[in-house]
Design a protein around this ligand. Structure first.
Ligand code: MG
Length: 381
């Protein structure tokens, strides 16, 4: 493997209008914010990464403000001038910074892309090279679509129909107290057989166990993160009371969190967001644990632009990712996106991994400049 020397890293804070807002029990935003990370090697190869931070500490504690600060003051200075042969060396170079997983993830992702491009490989194949034999990329990811909280069940059904007609094979609905059992019942009446799951984004407490047990009537693929956003213990008390498998999202920050959650029976399924666990190095550890222990695994989404989505798509194409992922086609999110070509939904709810090296798509400089201008105009601080 040919090494890279990290010469420059540039940060592009961006704002992009969303095609469709995503209201959850925890947040609602009219546009998407992110920091696009551009890493340039001494050979002139450019690697791209995305820090998918929101403006407010709602999904995670990191914000655009904290990420820009930690990247510029601590993470980038620790990497400039360093020569690495594998992006798995990045966490060690950043180990003086505690926390801030999304910021750390973004520079690591840019290094993964740069190393893949330097070695004329697709990122998906570079990931597979860090796994045991038999884990080559499938060349596509199986995906689903996530639908935010709507004003009525009728409106939700309208959107589900549109997405099912587009070819999405799995539907995820965001729920909150009062927008849950009736919603699932209403959807099941019209769609008794679609692959359906619910995401609570931490809207319930353990006292709601009896209430949540009603969900067992709806043949759900899973119930995602019903309890506290940092909790594993109480999910361990809830899961035995439900037939519906619990999936943990917000609570999982590391491979150790996954080991703990599975060992105490807090969940049966893992939603892996590589940005939430600090990088693809940690994500590969989680992948290996889930593969060895037959734990169903899927890749979640943070409304990433094409930059972040392309890298997650590469990871989601690995065979140990066994359930549909929250990686939808470009037209679900942005028009236009920052990148080309756009991701299209193919047959049987799949999105293909591009053939080109690295993340396989190109950042469009004019759109990046526009998105930075929009951030400058919209930023609340
Ligand atoms: Mg979730």
């Amino acid at each position: 493997m040919q090494s890279i020397t990290i010469q420059e890293i540039h940060l592009h804070p961006v704002a992009l209008p969303l095609v469709e807002k995503l209201k959850t029990s925890a947040s609602s935003e009219s546009f998407k914010s992110a920091i696009i990370v551009e890493l340039i090697t001494s050979d002139g190869v450019i690697g791209w990464g995305e820090c998918p931070t929101k403006m407010a500490p709602s999904y995670a504690y990191e914000t655009m403000g904290t990420a820009l600060h930690v990247l510029a003051q601590f993470l980038i200075p620790a990497l400039i001038g360093k020569t690495i042969t594998s992006a798995t060396e990045i966490p060690g170079l950043l180990d003086e910074v505690r926390g801030h997983p999304m910021a750390r993830f973004s520079v690591e992702a840019a290094a993964w892309d740069a190393i893949a491009k330097t070695n004329t490989m697709r990122l998906a194949d570079l990931f597979a090279a860090h796994l045991p034999a038999g884990h080559s990329s499938k060349g596509y990811a199986t995906v689903g679509v996530s639908i935010g909280i709507q004003e009525s069940i009728e409106k939700t059904l309208e959107i589900i129909t549109k997405r099912v007609d587009q070819g999405y094979g799995r539907v995820k609905l965001k729920i909150e107290p009062g927008w849950d059992v009736d919603l699932a019942q209403g959807v099941r009446k019209v769609y008794p057989d679609i692959s359906l799951m619910l995401d609570a984004n931490s809207a319930y407490s353990l006292n709601d166990a009896d209430y949540l047990r009603q969900m067992d009537a709806f043949n759900l693929l899973m119930l995602e993160q019903p309890l506290g956003y940092n909790d594993i213990y109480e999910h361990g008390k809830l899961q035995p009371q439900l037939q519906t498998p619990i999936c943990l999202d917000e609570s999982i920050h590391s491979a150790n969190d996954v080991r703990l959650a599975i060992e105490i029976g807090a969940c049966k399924i893992i939603n892996l967001k590589p940005a939430r666990v600090g990088g693809y190095t940690e994500s590969l550890e989680i992948y290996k644990f889930c593969a060895e222990n037959d734990v169903p695994l899927w890749i979640g989404g943070l409304l990433e632009t094409g930059v972040g989505r392309a890298a997650n798509l590469a990871f989601a194409s690995l065979p140990g990712v066994t359930l549909p992922c929250d990686i939808s086609a470009t037209d679900r999110y942005y028009n236009p996106d920052l990148t080309e070509p756009s991701f299209k939904l193919g047959e049987i709810s799949r999105i293909a991994v591009p053939d080109a090296t690295g993340i396989g798509i190109e950042v469009q400089r004019d759109r990046l400049v526009n998105a930075v201008s929009l951030w400058e105009a919209e930023k609340p601080y």
